[in-house]
Design a protein around this ligand. Structure first.
Ligand SMILES: [Mn+2]
Length: 301
């Protein structure tokens, strides 16, 4: 892939310098997608990538826990995939073909959404390079509706659509409709969804069980509403009782220890719905994903 726009500069994750040499040698490609065409309650996730990239500029490149400068791995940020106003399905196809056209080899893709529907386009492209991938799906909502607000391709149906192309293991769920509960029992996939309930569950046991179901190649899809609203209020549909910072960090770390993270996305930041700290939290989460996903290749377990 060549980026011909020689005179066109775009903002990059951590404010790193991009050049075409970096693109061929980098291990992580960050792809911003400011699309919220399927938002059901409050739009605003289209502003997510810009807010996250602006906050990332303020992060230190060195990570205390990993004892490394994560930029050494090579991180290239592409220009934003611009939204289409037409049918959501067309937008997902545009995402898939844009990523296909990057002609990636083993690079890890990191998508910055945008609403959660962008995951469908991203996974459809990733599965061509990694046919055995499975998805660790972190979201407060089940996203298993067959259709919602007149479309099958919206953010309330993402896990449902993905389940028809690969294994999806859901963790962090605490909001679900009866239609979705019926779907789970009909499709006999009760063991692929883990409700996040501190009063009932041994959460570490659930995490271990969820991760044990994943194939070696894992795509991590994160709707930021999986986090507790006390640390992540800037989302369209917040749900109390969520995952905290240490827990999500540990889930990503445990995934990386036993699997290869081949791609990830971080979606649904609506910066206008909460304090600026939320875009810093989202930026640090992406930073941690990059760090853990690339750690294994440097330090074979
Ligand atoms: Mn959600």
């Amino acid at each position: 892939m060549k980026f011909h726009q020689k005179n066109f500069k775009w903002n990059t994750f951590l404010d790193l310098q991009n050049d075409e040499k970096d693109f061929s040698s980098c291990s992580v490609v960050i792809i911003p997608i400011g699309y919220d065409g399927t938002a059901s309650y409050k739009p605003g996730a289209k502003y997510g990538p810009n807010a996250i990239i602006n906050s990332s500029v303020e992060l230190e490149n060195y990570d205390i826990e990993m004892e490394k400068d994560i930029t050494e791995t090579g991180i290239f940020t592409t220009p934003e995939i611009s939204p289409l106003a037409s049918d959501p399905k067309e937008m997902l196809l545009k995402i898939e073909t844009t990523i296909d056209n990057l002609k990636l080899k083993n690079q890890i893709t990191g998508i910055i959404g945008g609403d959660h529907s962008v995951t469908i386009g991203s996974v459809k492209s990733a599965i061509k390079r990694f046919p055995d991938l499975s998805i660790l799906y972190l979201d407060a909502h089940a996203d298993l509706r067959d259709t919602y607000m007149g479309t099958k391709w919206g953010h309330a149906s993402v896990a449902r659509r993905l389940k028809s192309i690969c294994k999806v293991v859901q963790l962090g769920v605490r909001s679900i409709s009866s239609e979705e509960v019926n779907f789970i029992s009909k499709s006999k996939s009760e063991n692929e969804i883990y409700y996040w309930d501190r009063t009932k569950n041994n959460l570490q046991e659930d995490i271990d069980s969820a991760l044990s179901q994943l194939s070696n190649q894992v795509y991590i899809s994160i709707d930021l509403d999986v986090l507790d609203p006390s640390i992540m209020s800037a989302v369209g549909n917040p749900v109390p009782g969520g995952i905290n910072w240490e827990e999500i960090n540990s889930i990503i770390k445990q995934t990386a220890q036993h699997h290869s993270i081949i791609g990830f996305d971080v979606t649904e930041l609506s910066p206008n719905e909460g304090p600026e700290s939320c875009s810093f939290t989202a930026a640090k989460l992406i930073y941690k994903l990059i760090g853990f996903a690339t750690e294994k290749s440097n330090n074979k377990l």
